[in-house]
Write a protein that binds this ligand. Structure first.
Ligand SMILES: [Zn+2]
Length: 286
């Protein structure tokens, strides 16, 4: 399905409407995709970035129906900040992913995180929220972020996949909050499910989801193999690795690619295969 212009609601199936925010970029494709689920009462998934026009489009599409829940897949700034404005406008609770976890090493967040996100209720893995004619179940899928949830729509077989699996690009996995080992485990978790279609945060709906997930796992394995080959050849500098591995990529995306290479290296270090640290050279364990 081709994508409608920003602000124009698109019905993807009965009870699922997509609305794309006007924040296109190399990181967001044509923009963040918000979803309105339900017929008589509503859930809104990923309201999007702070944007008055997108808020007005969401409220128009909700069309006076009660909003049971505002759900966020994760708390990157292109997904969750508008939740607070939508809550104020509709009187609906924010339910879904946790605020970003902190750990012993200090805040895991960087500038891409929505530090103001404040959920009224956190949905743990396997827990559901229901309206009159829909139910959504949280599927914990850490990796892109530590707090990432997908949401499965009962009866439909649809999975709102956020930024975990997207229809246009692979996810960015940026340490310290992004974790390649978790990301791979979360892809494997989706392979064990039987979802019919994915509605991602960015990009087209995914109509053969398991094939795409399998392909993404293979892609990451081949990236890992390329990193190990470069290390064996004595190349331990992340920026130099990116120039070799991503020679075809828009150079604006090289810093993001460097985060993914770092995520692979940290995962390999956890597995005892390499030694090194961020901003230091990496080497394979002899
Ligand atoms: Zn994200």
């Amino acid at each position: 399905m081709t994508q409608a212009p920003h602000g124009i609601p698109e019905t993807l199936e009965p009870g699922v409407v997509r609305l794309t925010a006007n924040n296109p970029s190399p990181f967001t494709n044509t923009g963040t995709q918000s979803y309105i689920v339900g017929a008589t009462d509503i859930a809104v998934i990923d309201p999007g970035p702070v944007d008055a026009a997108h808020l007005a489009s969401l409220i128009a599409a909700i069309d006076g129906r009660p909003v049971v829940a505002i759900l966020c897949t994760h708390t990157h700034r292109d997904h969750s900040p508008l939740a607070a404005d939508l809550k104020a406008a509709m009187g609906a609770p924010i339910i879904g992913c946790a605020a970003l976890a902190l750990d012993d090493l200090g805040p895991r967040a960087d500038a891409s995180f929505d530090a103001d996100y404040a959920p009224d209720q956190v949905l743990a893995d396997g827990y559901s929220i229901a309206g009159a004619d829909w139910a959504l179940t949280a599927v914990a899928t850490p990796g892109h972020t530590s707090n990432h949830l997908c949401f499965a729509l009962a009866a439909s077989g649809a999975l709102f996949s956020g930024d975990h699996v997207m229809g246009w690009s692979t996810s960015i996995v940026s340490p310290p909050d992004g974790d390649m080992g978790d990301y791979m485990a979360s892809l494997d978790k989706l392979l064990g499910r039987d979802d019919r279609i994915y509605y991602p945060g960015h990009g087209a709906a995914v109509e053969n989801p398991r094939r795409l997930v399998r392909g993404m796992m293979g892609h990451r394995k081949s990236r890992e193999g390329a990193i190990l080959r470069l290390l064996r050849d004595g190349e331990g500098d992340v920026a130099a690795m990116v120039r070799v591995m991503y020679s075809g990529l828009d150079s604006r995306m090289h810093p993001a690619a460097a985060r993914s290479v770092l995520a692979h290296l940290i995962d390999l270090r956890k597995r005892g295969i390499v030694v090194g640290a961020e901003n230091e050279p990496w080497a394979i364990v002899a």
